[in-house]
Design a protein around this ligand. Structure first.
Ligand SMILES: [Zn+2]
Length: 67
């Protein structure tokens, strides 16, 4: 599903050892206007310095537009 990583190397330390992480459980991104919809967050993390390089939700189309 994520064949092409949006980040190829750490912009902070230059390391190319990138890890993929899902955030589960308690810390869901939720919005309550239409009941409980939640999305898991997906992270790309530099495995050398620990910087979070990229994050996105699993189903962005569920979020209401700002305008
Ligand atoms: Zn790094």
């Amino acid at each position: 599903m994520m064949n092409r990583l949006p980040v190829q190397r750490c912009q902070y330390c230059g390391c190319e050892d990138i890890g993929l992480s899902w955030q589960h459980g308690e810390t869901l991104v939720t919005f309550k206007r239409h009941g409980l919809l939640d999305n898991r967050l997906r992270y790309l993390i530099c495995r050398r310095c620990g910087a979070v390089l990229y994050q996105r939700v699993a189903e962005p189309h569920k979020f209401p537009p700002v305008g």
